[in-house]
Write a protein that binds this ligand. Structure first.
Ligand SMILES: NC(=O)c1ccc[n+]([C@@H]2O[C@H](COP(=O)([O-])OP(=O)(O)OC[C@H]3O[C@@H](n4cnc5c(N)ncnc54)[C@H](O)[C@@H]3O)[C@@H](O)[C@H]2O)c1
Length: 289
C-alpha cells in the first residue's frame, strides 16, 4: 500500500495506545477510518480527534473482539457502509501477570479471547472483503513476547506466539493463492501505553506496582510506534519490529537461541518464581510487551 489517502482502514482497540496513535497517524495520511474498541466512549473520542487530524471519514463502534459474532457484524457493516475495506489492523490487546501455577482459568481464557481469538476473528471476518479490494493489507499485532518466553507471561506469550504463527501461515496462503492481500506481523517492544494499568494480575501481585515497573522500561511512544508501523506497511514488510528493544531481542534470540534464557531470567529480576511469597515475585520488567 503506497499511500493511505481515501483507503478504508479498520482498527480494533482504537480507544487507546497504539490503536489510537495509528488512527491519528493514518488520519494525517487522509485515510477513511472504521474504528472499534470495547470502550465506546474512548473510541468515539479517537474518531472525533482523527477527523481534526485529516481523516476524510470516521466511524466508531463498540466491539468486543473476543465476541466472534460481534466482530463479523462489524466487518460486514464496515464493508457495507464504506463500500470496501483496504487495511485491517487487529490491535486490541490486554495483559496478565501470573505464573502458570497461579493463573486463574478465567484470566487465562480472557487473555486468549482478546489477544488470540480477537485477532483470528478479525482476520477471518475481514478477509473476504479484503480479497475484493484492489489494494489490501492485514496487520496483526504480536509482540516481542511472541519471540521468547517470559516468566509470569505464559498466557500473553502463548497468545502472541499464536498470532505470529497464524499470521505467518496466512501470509504464505495469500502469496500462494495470488490474492494480492498483503500480510504483516508487528512485534513491538515496550510502548508507553495504558496496557499495564488496565492489566490483570494473579492474586497477591499488585497491578499498580507492575505498571510502575513497566513505565520505567517502556521507552517508545505510541506515536513513534504508529509511524514505524505505517512506514512498514508502506514498504510491505512481512515483520515489523518497533523500538530498539524489539530489534535487540530479535537479534539476541536469533544469535543465542535458548542461550538467551539465563539473560531473560536475570532481567526478570530472579531466577526462580517464589510463588509462595508474591511480595518478592519477579519484577518482570516490561511485563506486557
Ligand atoms: N504497550 C506495549 O508495550 C506493547 C508491546 C507489544 C505489543 N503490544 C500490543 O499492542 C496492542 C495494543 O496495546 P496498547 O499497548 O496500545 O494497549 P492499550 O491498553 O493502550 O490499548 C488497548 C486497547 O484495546 C482495547 N480492548 C481491550 N479489550 C478489548 C476487547 N475485548 N475488545 C476490543 N477492544 C479491547 C482497550 O479498551 C484499549 O483501548 C495489543 O495487542 C498489545 O498486546 C503492546
Amino acid at each position: 500500500m503506497r499511500e493511505f489517502a481515501g483507503k478504508v482502514t479498520a482498527i480494533t482497540g482504537a480507544g487507546s495506545g497504539i490503536g489510537r496513535a495509528l488512527a491519528y497517524e493514518l488520519a494525517r495520511h487522509g485515510a477513511r477510518l472504521a474504528l472499534s474498541d470495547i470502550d465506546e466512549e474512548a473510541v468515539r473520542e479517537t474518531a472525533a480527534v482523527a477527523l481534526g487530524h485529516g481523516a476524510s471519514e470516521t466511524a466508531a463502534s463498540r466491539v468486543d473482539v473476543a465476541d466472534r459474532h460481534a466482530v463479523q457484524a462489524w466487518a460486514d457493516e464496515t464493508a457495507g457502509s464504506f463500500g470496501t475495506v483496504n487495511l485491517v489492523v487487529n490491535n486490541a490487546g490486554v495483559a496478565l501477570t501470573a505464573s502458570v501455577e497461579e493463573m486463574d482459568w478465567d484470566d487465562f481464557e480472557w487473555l486468549m479471547g482478546v489477544n488470540f481469538w480477537g485477532v483470528a476473528y478479525g482476520t477471518k471476518a475481514f478477509l473476504p472483503h479484503l480479497r475484493r479490494a484492489r489494494d489490501a493489507h492485514i496487520v496483526n499485532i504480536s509482540s516481542v513476547f511472541g519471540l521468547m518466553g517470559i516468566p509470569t507471561q505464559s498466557a500473553y506469550c502463548a497468545a502472541k506466539y499464536a498470532v505470529r504463527g497464524f499470521t505467518e501461515s496466512l501470509r504464505h496462503e495469500m502469496r500462494i493463492s495470488g490474492t494480492g492481500v498483503r500480510v504483516t506481523t508487528v512485534h513491538p517492544g515496550g510502548i508507553r501505553t495504558n496496557i499495564a494499568r488496565s492489566a490483570r494480575a494473579a492474586k497477591g501481585r499488585e497491578v499498580a506496582a507492575l505498571a510502575d515497573e513497566f513505565d520505567k522500561v517502556a521507552r517508545t511512544s505510541p506515536e513513534r510506534a504508529a509511524r514505524v508501523i505505517v512506514r512498514g506497511v508502506k514498504r510491505n514488510r512481512s515483520r515489523i519490529f518497533v523500538g530498539p528493544d524489539a530489534t535487540l531481542i530479535d537479534v539476541g534470540q536469533r544469535l543465542l537461541g535458548v542461550g538467551i534464557e539465563p539473560l531473560v531470567r536475570t532481567f526478570s529480576g530472579r531466577s526462580d518464581l517464589g510463588t509462595e511469597t508474591p511480595a518478592t515475585a519477579p519484577r518482570t520488567p516490561g511485563a506486557v510487551r
